[in-house]
Structure formats: structure tokens, C-alpha cells
Design a protein around this ligand. Structure first.
Ligand code: AMP
Length: 314
């Protein structure tokens, strides 16, 4: 089943306690589409880059068979740039720079061949652009959306409008608190569900993720990793793995949403093992499946059967 991804394609400068990269290929659409490409085809991208976006970035996506018909290249424009610094506690990140560049005047035009995409993932970009994409496509099976502090603070009203058209919102814990004005994540999830999305996923970095629907709260663990090099793109890889699995199975039931959360978490865990998009470069479904099982084993336990001699416990 088809997936349409809209989001940023970026040149990222990232500092972590383990090293620095300058102008690395990144962006929400890059991470989401690459992660989703391990599960389903076609994965279609809508976005914009400047003439300075490196050829190897395009080739990276082409090698994953990602459809780039909806990618605009503005020859004399500059690609979106983002810079961030991670603290010793990798859950804490400061944004040092956000330069919208070609995104400032971007008008997404959805190619005819994309209009019937069944699953849509709105990566982190201006909520006005997210909505413009939705206006050009026929009713998809579900819309998965992401956003971040930058847009919650600067485009709150527009974001609220977009939220009415999103089925699954994926945010991290600080974004969930900011958007809902509520410190408790369970309550925050409920408040956000009241804004439109029937499903809310709150990512908690190295502490896993919460899936909230009308009837359930499902808590997924995070994979205990010893070697995290660069958390950039983890959230987007999560969204890509999540939507990729849903598209693969074309199943929006609660049980399958839980599996999709684990596939999303698996892709995020591969992403952070290397700098930039490298962690997503050479995966295979078998490696992903192995990690999926490792996730299951992490929090699976059997109830102890009480013997007659244990009756005093009651
Ligand atoms: P994540 O680590 O999953 O939150 O995503 C990091 C990616 O999001 C980086 O590759 C950035 O280029 C991109 N990004 C950061 N800020 C923005 C923004 N305001 N709009 C769009 N993309 C952004």
C-alpha cells in the first residue's frame, strides 16, 4: 500500500558528546520515507530542496526506491538548514539554528500519481503546508502527523486547524506538554485527542513511547542501547516505521497499532546508532524483525501460578 510523506529535506549540523557533523543530509521527510521504505512500496515524497542539496542525498533516497516526483528542486535557492546540540543526557537537545530558506515560499504541488495515496504521513513542517497537502489528495485511509515546539509556539492556531484532520499525532513528551498545557502525559494525551486525532503517541526518548486511543494506554519500552551516537531523526524514523507497518498490513486495529509502535521504535533504535541517516542505510526486514522480537522479550513476563501452599498470600 502506498505512503505519501511530506516534510523537510535538510542539511543538518549536529553536535553530540561523541562528535560533530556539518551539513549532513537529514530532514523529517528523509528519515520518515527511508524508514517506511523497509516495509512498503511505493513511498512518495513531497518536499523542496535548493541547488545546494547534494546529489548523494537524492541518490540515497533513490536507492531505497523512494518516489521523488513530488520533490521540487529550486536551483538558485538554499536548502532548509537546522543545527542542534545534544547534552550529555541525550534526551536534552538545544536547537541552535532553524533556517527555512526554500521552505519560506514552498507551495506543495501534489503530482497526479500521488493523489490517491492510501496512507499519509505529515512530517514536521509548517502546519499550513501540511494542510495544503491534505487538500490536494483524495480521502486516505489514515493521516499520521508530527510536529515540534517550533510550530506549536509560532503557528498554534494553524496547527489546531491541521490537527482536526489528523488521525494519529506523534509527538515527544515536551511537545505534548506544550501543546496541551498539561504536565501529566496521560491527561495531555486525552486533551490532544480532544483536538482531533483519535490516536496520540507520545515518544519519551530512551524511555519508550505511549500509545493512547479511546480505550487503551499501551506503553512500549525503548531498546536498551549502549552505543547511541546521534539521536537526530529518531522521532521521524519512529513515524516512518510506524506508518510503513500500517501501510504494509493495511490494518488500523488497536492490536496492529501496537505492533506499529514497536516497528517504529525498532527503526528509531537503528537510526541513533550512527550519525545522520547512516543508521538507516543498510537494514533488512530480517534485522528489523529480530529487533522487533527483542522488544517483545524486553517486557514479556509470565504470571506466577500460585501453589496451594501459597494461599496465605490471599
Ligand atoms: P527529530 O530528531 O526526529 O526530531 O528530527 C530531526 C530532523 O527534523 C532534522 O533532520 C531536522 O532537519 C528536522 N527539523 C528540525 N526542525 C525542523 C522544523 N522546524 N521544520 C521542519 N523540519 C525540522
Amino acid at each position: 500500500m502506498s505512503v505519501l510523506v511530506v516534510g523537510s529535506l535538510a542539511l543538518d549540523t549536529v553536535e553530540t558528546p561523541f562528535g560533530t557533523v556539518k551539513d549532513a543530509v537529514g530532514g523529517s521527510a528523509t528519515y520518515i520515507s527511508t524508514a517506511a521504505s523497509y516495509f512498503t512500496m511505493p513511498v512518495r515524497v513531497v518536499g523542496v530542496v535548493g541547488g545546494d542539496f547534494p546529489r548523494k542525498g537524492i541518490e540515497f533516497l533513490e536507492n531505497r526506491n523512494i518516489d521523488l516526483e513530488g520533490l521540487q528542486v529550486i536551483k538558485d535557492g538554499k536548502t532548509f538548514r537546522w543545527a542542534g546540540r545534544y547534552h550529555y543526557d541525550l534526551n536534552v537537545r538545544d536547537t541552535l539554528l532553524t533556517e527555512l530558506n526554500v521552505f519560506e515560499t514552498f507551495n506543495p504541488v501534489i503530482p497526479e500519481s500521488y493523489r490517491r495515496s492510501r496512507w499519509v504521513c505529515l512530517g514536521n513542517i509548517d502546519p499550513v503546508l501540511q494542510r495544503r497537502v491534505l487538500e490536494q489528495i483524495e480521502k486516505p485511509r489514515a493521516v499520521i502527523g508530527d510536529t515540534m515546539n517550533y510550530w506549536i509556539e509560532r503557528r498554534n492556531g494553524e496547527l489546531r486547524e491541521t490537527l482536526k484532520r489528523i488521525d494519529v499525532l506523534v509527538v515527544n513528551e515536551s511537545e505534548a506538554r506544550l501543546l496541551s498545557n498539561e504536565p501529566n502525559l496521560i491527561k495531555a494525551g486525552r486533551i490532544i485527542r480532544g483536538m482531533g486525532p483519535s490516536v496520540v503517541i507520545i515518544k519519551k526518548g530512551e524511555h519508550g513511547a505511549l500509545l493512547m486511543t479511546e480505550n487503551t494506554v499501551f506503553s512500549a519500552p525503548a531498546y536498551p542501547m549502549e552505543n547511541i551516537f546521534d539521536p537526530t531523526g529518531a522521532g521521524d524514523s519512529f513515524a516512518g516505521g510506524f506508518v510503513g507497518w500500517l501501510a504494509r498490513t493495511d490494518d488500523f486495529t488497536e492490536e496492529n497499532l501496537k505492533r506499529a509502535v514497536i516497528y517504529g521504535s525498532a527503526l528509531a533504535s537503528f537510526c541513533v546508532e550512527k550519525f545522520g541517516v547512516e543508521g538507516l542505510a543498510d537494514l533488512s526486514y530480517l534485522r528489523i524483525q529480530d529487533r522487533f522480537r527483542a522488544f517483545r522479550d524486553l517486557s514479556h513476563f509470565e504470571e506466577h501460578e500460585l501453589a496451594t501452599g501459597d494461599r496465605d498470600l490471599y
